[in-house]
Design a protein around this ligand. Structure first.
Ligand code: CA
Length: 220
């Protein structure tokens, strides 16, 4: 199991990332300042660092320099505000592997995490997910129902991918919202229902089960 260190001082974002990664089978540690990040990363046992640039005691670049100077070679993914992408590119030259701009969707971060960890353990990611007579090709981003190919919009694809990565599991609206739309989305929104309806129209009404008072599931 991979151990991920999250260095983020904004509690809402730290908890969003931690919950999402735990739900996907990662072990997580959260630190809220740069000193803690350096100490943890240098102590060993961390497989990947998610590093916020704006930490209270020092900026993320200083953290990055310190851990690279200490010869810690773990992959580092920087979290940064959209308006400081220019700095971030400098950060990549300074030893980071990737960056994600805030606000971000969880799936976006998860994809980067998986990509950066792939080199280290050669785990083969499936390219086709399937359940309930449905399949989804992650390369072509097309779904199939029986022998019929179905084109999906980007959001529909992400939503179906989420269901197929958790077959048989009931996903709450809140879980779906944070995975597909991100933490900045209004929790009172009915957008999840709207997209589930759209997927049902394309894939067949009975593929996605409504579990009353709980949420939705595929393969249940
Ligand atoms: Ca911050």
């Amino acid at each position: 199991m991979h151990r991920i260190l999250i260095a983020e001082d904004e509690e809402r974002i730290a908890s969003f990332v931690r919950k999402g990664l735990s739900a996907n089978g990662f072990t997580t540690t959260v630190v809220s300042d740069g000193r803690g990040a350096i100490d943890h990363a240098c102590a060993g046992g961390t497989d990947l660092l998610i590093l916020d640039l704006g930490l209270p005691d020092m900026d993320g670049f200083a953290v990055l320099r310190a851990i690279r100077d200490a010869r810690v070679a773990i992959p580092v993914i920087i979290l940064t505000a959209r308006d400081s992408v220019r700095d971030t590119v400098a950060g990549l030259e300074g030893g980071a592997d990737d960056y994600v701009t805030k606000p971000f969707r969880f799936e976006e971060l998860l994809a980067r995490v998986r990509l950066r960890l792939r080199g280290s353990d050669h785990a083969v990611e499936p390219t086709v997910l399937a359940a309930e007579g449905l399949s989804l090709d992650l390369r072509t981003r097309r779904a199939r129902v029986g022998d019929q190919t179905v084109d999906l919009t980007a959001r529909e694809f992400t939503l179906l991918e989420l269901f197929l990565r958790h077959p048989g599991q009931v996903l709450s609206r809140e879980q779906i919202l944070s995975h597909v739309w991100g933490y900045d989305f209004d929790p009172g929104s009915n957008i999840v229902d709207v997209y589930v309806r759209a997927l049902r129209r394309k894939l067949g009404a009975d593929r996605i089960t409504t579990v009353r008072g709980m949420g939705y599931a595929v393969g249940r």
